[in-house]
Design a binder for this molecule. Structure first.
Ligand SMILES: NC(=O)C1=CN([C@@H]2O[C@H](COP(=O)(O)OP(=O)(O)OC[C@H]3O[C@@H](n4cnc5c(N)ncnc54)[C@H](O)[C@@H]3O)[C@@H](O)[C@H]2O)C=CC1
Ligand code: BAL
Ligand code: NA
Length: 489
């Protein structure tokens, strides 16, 4: 099978509209998750570069060419970025796939979503112009006022590796639509396409400093951004542990944060489903898409006892059709885990589950035909109890754990038996029951008879330890990147 060729561009940090070598000249190797070979390198920013980028962002806000733009003017830049993404879609998808190991098919999907997000926030930027000033009637002759919506200022956007360019876009597009100046810090494990976003911004003539892109390590490039006194807000997607560090550091400056921290989401399957195979397909997609490296992956299957054995048999049949290969190969359905560290972590979760007495129904190991690369077989774990680590902790790999239930009450209790609250799914043909679950599920996102479809118009985010704040939708702009004030006139 021919693997498509693509050149990895050599880039510097994107600061003030230009490529700029990191002050300390450090670089980080890019390791292919499919071959374990070094395939390039990215610049590694440190505190010194953060200072330079923050100054560039502040200057952009002070300059008319960015700081005094209307929403309609900013929408033009966003649309131009969307058009360039689509123009380079096939190359960007290949770069994404090479960098983080996701299948080429899924990477191409991501690029469509990236372009659609920029388009969507272009529409919202235009709509902002008429909402900038909202008169409020105080029913008084002596006092008049209005509420003014302004960009929040300089915002730091710290993003993960599972959907590298898409997760960056979910924050960059609304920040620019609102008129903020942004500093994006992508994950050191997958930064290639985010650097290409810098090139695209340069090509479309986005005013210098409006978006700056600092690649580098979390503690060296992310932490100084969080503690910088002139960064007005941090929006973060990633692990709970890093979320806690960010919130703690930001609290010292009373800096607002939004946190999207993943989860351990349930998929509850009732015995009244019409189409067993369709439910099986959604269950597999919900847990194994992107090799399970999805914050909203429905990785706890809660299955009605009466159909459990038949459902599991079908899962096992379907799982055999999942093609595991180099993610750039056509028809690949499951690529590698992003890095050796994450790969080891996933295997450790599986071996701990075994030690705690669970049964590995299938998978659990490296696929024998893949000699190199961080591949893990799609894995189903049964005989799980609620005190086991595999039930409680986010694996971020292709690992599904299963528990059965008899009654609806029991299903609800199991579904909510988690510290997380990002997403949940229910499979049942009983519409009223689905409605009851809408209320019962303690999560921000709820799917009926499917798992994972995501829409740019709808708020994305969690409850409990999955964090707070929302990406996507109009709430993202209004709550994260705009600030309200009112003058008495
Ligand atoms: N919610 C989600 O979508 C994601 C959840 N995760 C979870 O996190 C686990 C570990 O993955 P990691 O790559 O280590 O995630 P991470 O949370 O450490 O990384 C996310 C981002 O935070 C940055 N970062 C790390 N330490 C920082 C600090 N002290 N200050 C500021 N920024 C910092 C990283 O450089 C990266 O850009 C995964 O196994 C998974 O469970 C990982 C990626 C995405
Ligand atoms: N479906 C994309 C959301 C995430 O994993 O962060
Ligand atoms: Na990578």
């Amino acid at each position: 099978m021919a693997i498509p060729n693509v050149r990895i561009p050599s880039r510097q940090l994107y600061i003030d509209g230009e490529w700029r070598e990191p002050v300390k000249k450090n670089r980080i190797p890019i390791i292919s998750p499919a071959t374990e070979e070094i395939i390039g390198e990215i610049p590694a920013a440190t505190e010194e570069d953060v200072d330079i980028a923050v100054e560039a962002a502040r200057r952009a806000l002070a300059r008319d060419d960015w700081g005094s733009t209307t929403g309609a003017q900013r929408a033009k830049y966003l649309r131009a970025i969307a058009a360039k993404i689509l123009e380079r879609k096939s190359e960007l998808a290949k770069l994404e796939s090479l960098d983080c190991g996701k299948t080429l098919f899924e990477a191409a999907w991501d690029m469509d979503d990236v372009a659609a997000s920029f388009e969507y926030y272009a529409d919202l930027a235009e709509a902002l112009d008429s909402k900038r000033k909202t008169p409020v009637d105080l029913h008084l002759d002596s006092f008049k006022t209005y509420v003014l919506r302004e960009p929040l200022g300089v915002v730091g956007l710290i993003t993960p590796w599972n959907y590298p360019l898409l997760m960056a876009t979910w924050k960059v597009a609304p920040a620019l639509a609102a008129g903020c100046a942004a500093i994006l810090k992508p994950s050191e494990l997958a930064s290639i396409t985010c650097l290409e976003l810098g090139e695209i911004c340069r090509e479309v003539g986005l005013p210098p400093g409006a978006l700056n892109i600092l690649t580098g390590l979390g503690p060296e490039a992310g932490a100084p951004l969080v503690s910088h006194p002139h960064v007005d807000k941090i929006a973060f997607t990633g692990s709970g542990a890093t979320g806690v560090k960010i919130m703690t550091a930001a609290a010292q400056l009373v800096k607002p944060v939004t946190l999207e921290l993943g989860g351990k989401s349930p998929i509850v399957v009732f015995d009244d489903i019409d189409n067993l195979d369709l439910a099986v397909e959604w269950t597999l997609f919900g847990c194994f898409a992107n090799a399970g490296q999805v914050c909203s992956a429905t990785s706890r299957l809660i299955l009605q006892e009466s159909i459990a054995s038949e459902f599991l048999e079908r899962l096992l049949l379907w799982i055999k059709n999942i093609k595991i290969s180099d993610p750039l190969e056509e028809d690949c359905k499951l690529g590698p885990i992003v890095s050796s560290g994450q790969y080891e972590k996933v295997l450790k979760f599986i071996s701990k589950a075994k030690d705690e007495g669970a049964t590995i129904l299938c998978g659990g190991e490296r696929p024998q035909h893949m000699k190199k690369g961080y591949y893990v077989q799609p894995t189903i774990i049964t005989d799980v109890n609620t005190s086991m680590e595999i039930w409680k902790e986010e694996v971020f790999g292709p690992v599904l754990c299963v528990k059965t239930f008899k009654t609806e009450e029991e299903a609800i209790e199991l579904a909510n038996d988690t510290k997380y609250g990002l997403a949940s799914a229910i499979m049942s043909k009983d519409v009223e029951r689905c409605e009851r679950f809408t209320k019962a599920f303690q999560t921000g996102i709820i799917w009926f008879n499917c798992s994972q479809p995501t829409f740019t118009q709808l708020p994305w985010g969690g409850r409990k330890r999955s964090g707070f704040g929302r990406d996507l939708g109009e709430w993202n702009i209004s709550k994260c990147f705009l600030v309200l004030k009112w003058p008495q006139i």
